[in-house]
Design a protein around this ligand. Structure first.
Ligand code: G3P
Length: 222
């Protein structure tokens, strides 16, 4: 499973990319708002230059032809851009048109297996089931990921599943076990994934013991 960062904060993206474990980024209007990036084009181009991999940028139009026009414009900003389009009838029509033009798409706001199937049939490069938001309303977000992975697998449809709306490290573990192609994660989840209290304690103990050893005059025997 690959990991994308779900943020428009270029500081966080730089830090994540430095670790060598992040291969893409997903954004949406809310994330751009949180990052204070009203300069949409500049923000997306900057993110593309940092991550050097797929960067999802969302269209805001609601009607199919306007979505397509917007997508053509956004995709001209960088070869890394993937157009994020919500699962609506207009969205499916736009995805279908764009896939015939080889413009990559990420069908977003996916909350059911049927929506994912339709996205895949329309030619979406990625579909993004929103795990946390389903959990929030008492439904099984990861159950949806499992269903989508299974149904795409049955027909070897090339669409990749992005487990989105990830809230904590266990979401990543389960998404990976289920065979999601990608999990897009907030920066804080990436940091949580790195840390383990026994790693911290273990480092401190090795440091202390090395100091003790040095105190015995044996440090030069390393
Ligand atoms: O990638 C989708 C994601 O940004 C939604 O996450 O936490 O707003 O449900 P959240």
């Amino acid at each position: 499973m690959r990991l994308f960062l779900d943020t428009a904060d270029v500081g966080q993206i730089r830090e994540g990319v430095k670790l060598g474990v992040i291969s893409g980024v997903t954004t949406n209007p809310s994330l751009l708002y949180q990052a204070g990036r009203a300069d949409y084009k500049a923000a997306i181009m900057e993110i593309c230059s940092i991550v050097n991999g797929p960067v999802s940028a969302e269209v805001l139009s609601q009607e199919a032809q306007s979505m397509v026009d917007e997508a053509r414009e956004i995709s001209s900003w960088s070869p890394h851009v993937v157009i994020k389009i919500p699962c609506t009838a207009s969205g499916l029509e736009a995805i279908s048109t764009l896939s015939k033009e080889n413009i990559k798409t990420n069908m977003t706001l996916c909350f059911s297996p049927n929506q994912a199937l339709l996205g895949a049939l329309a030619g979406a490069t990625y579909v993004s089931p929103f795990v946390g938001r389903l959990d929030d309303v008492g439904q099984d977000g990861m159950g949806l990921v499992a269903e989508i992975v299974d149904l795409l697998d049955n027909y070897t449809l090339p669409t990749q599943v992005i487990a989105a709306s990830i809230r904590h490290p266990m979401h990543c573990v389960v998404a990976a076990k289920l065979g999601a192609h990608i999990a897009t994660i907030p920066y804080n989840v990436l940091i949580q994934m790195i840390k383990h209290p026994l790693t911290t304690v273990g480092i401190a103990r090795f440091q202390e013991d090395w100091q003790r050893l040095s105190g015995q005059g044996r440090g030069d025997k390393r």
